[in-house]
Design a protein around this ligand. Structure first.
Ligand SMILES: Nc1ncnc2c1ncn2[C@@H]1O[C@H](COP(=O)(O)OP(=O)(O)O)[C@@H](O)[C@H]1O
Ligand code: SF4
Ligand SMILES: [Mg+2]
Length: 425
């Protein structure tokens, strides 16, 4: 399994886990946390159920990606778009189409993983949700209420939504101690007196398993391991009792030996703090381990989403199949190389129609002409691919000759389970 070890150093709690393609963790099954009691974990009809999709066009289908839970999600984004303007020489204006019309809901007590290759728009989506950057279009709602733009609304939003970055060293100030990092948000956002703040700091360190707390309070970031620094960054966020945690590749810069401990901490916070968590990763195996729902992004768009086990056991979209085929799997003798099937496209001039078509081994004529709308392919499982359409004409189904299509389809793709998945009719 990519990056998640079977064991961890003593300071980090350990749990065994297996690869995405090889089944679920032996002791911590994804189903275990998904079955938890509590309001966020109740089953029942979704307020955000997917509607039937139109045959073509962008994602105006009303589909909201994310775990299905009754009630109003802690954080929701509707039709988010982000185009970064860039200069392309001699005044010609162009934009990077980083995020295209994404709607996502993060209910309390759940983890939503956003997976995709580098450059697919994952971090831009996370930054849009933090409010660090303004969307080109679309809106963000906290507890069902659109986020205001005034200073008071911004303050309330930043204390409710916490971002954990990839590099814990850069998110902590090297010249300040752990005490400073934890006490600052308590001073800014609470009315606790000095003694209460000291008590709270101890509780925070215990919450992230850094005990005894007194051993850590006067340490500087460089005196801590990468995993301990990431725990401090998380504890600092918890100081203001956030509703939402946005974790952008939180373990990818950590030693392999301590990744699992930090993932388990995020898992704990889901239930203990009832946090709505967005877990951004390029590692679909860790997404399966931690998440209730996986959202797969390609070139700024969501191509597939659904319950984590569905996405990894029965991927419906050829891109998800390709991602999974590249995830190390102990059951396979050789690991297929994703890069061997081409690279993600330019987001300045993205491919027409389905953005994945230049790399897709199943591409048809229609794929280069029109964008496939997301379609429901199973319970809460959505995929945007023309192979799911039943009403294509013969000429639309004609195989498209691309570099990828000319390559033989890797055995691992041809052998993928395809219930609800791509089956040319
Ligand atoms: N500030 C920016 N200005 C211009 N382009 C940007 C900016 N931030 C991100 N991008 C571009 O947006 C696309 C998506 O980037 P990003 O969200 O970082 O992807 P990921 O996190 O999936 O690797 C990339 O093409 C990236 O170069
Ligand atoms: S079959 Fe067509 S629509 Fe589906 S992923 Fe491939 S190129 Fe895209
Ligand atoms: Mg990123």
């Amino acid at each position: 399994m990519t990056g998640i070890p079977e064991s961890a150093e003593p300071a980090e709690p350990t749990q065994p886990v297996r690869g995405a393609g090889s089944g679920r963790p032996a002791e911590r099954t994804p189903g275990a946390h998904r079955a938890r009691s509590g309001p966020a974990a109740q089953s029942g009809p979704s307020t955000y159920s997917a509607s039937s999709a139109p045959a073509t066009g962008s994602d105006q289908s009303g589909i909201v990606h994310g775990p299905r839970r009754p009630g109003i999600p802690a954080l929701e984004a509707r039709h988010l778009v982000k185009h970064f303007p860039i200069r392309a020489g001699f005044g010609s204006a162009q934009v990077v189409h980083a995020v295209e019309d994404i709607s996502i809901a993060l209910p309390a007590g759940t983890v939503t993983a956003v997976v995709g290759e580098s450059g697919s728009g994952k971090s831009t989506l996370a930054r849009l949700l933090t409010g660090l950057i303004k969307p080109t279009a679309g809106e963000v709602l906290l507890d069902g209420v659109p986020v205001g733009t005034g200073a008071k609304a911004r303050r309330q939003y930043t204390s409710s939504v916490h971002l954990v970055l990839q590099d814990p060293f850069s998110s902590l100030n090297a010249v300040h101690t752990v005490r400073y990092h934890l006490e600052r948000p308590l001073k800014l956002h609470t009315k606790l007196n000095r003694a209460e703040r000291a008590q709270k700091m101890r509780e925070l360190l215990e919450r992230v398993s850094l005990t005894p707390a007194d051993n850590y309070l006067d340490k500087y970031p460089h005196e801590l391991s990468g995993g301990q620094r990431q725990r401090i960054a998380i504890a600092r966020g918890l100081a203001v009792q956030p509703r939402v945690l946005l974790a952008d590749e939180p373990v990818s810069m950590l030693d392999v030996s301590i990744r699992l401990g930090v993932l388990n901490l995020l898992d704990d916070l889901r239930s203990g703090e009832n946090l709505a968590t967005l877990y951004v990763t390029h590692d679909i195996a860790s997404a399966r381990y931690l998440a209730d729902c996986i959202v797969v992004m390609y070139a700024g768009q969501v191509v597939e989403s659904g319950p984590a086990e569905k996405i990894t056991d029965e991927p419906a979209h050829p891109y998800t199949q390709l991602l999974l085929s590249a995830a190390p799997d102990p059951a396979r003798a050789e690991t297929p190389v994703l890069a061997g099937r081409g690279a993600p496209p330019s987001l300045v001039t993205p491919p027409s129609g389905c953005r994945f078509h230049p790399r897709c081994p199943f591409a048809m004529a229609v794929c280069a002409d029109a964008t496939p709308a997301p379609r429901q392919v199973g319970d809460d499982h959505v995929s945007a691919c023309w192979l799911h359409a039943t009403d294509l004409r013969e000429d639309q189904r004609a195989p498209l000759v691309t570099a990828a299509a000319a390559d033989p389809v890797p055995a691992v793709l041809a052998a993928q389970p395809s219930q609800g998945g791509p089956q040319a009719e």
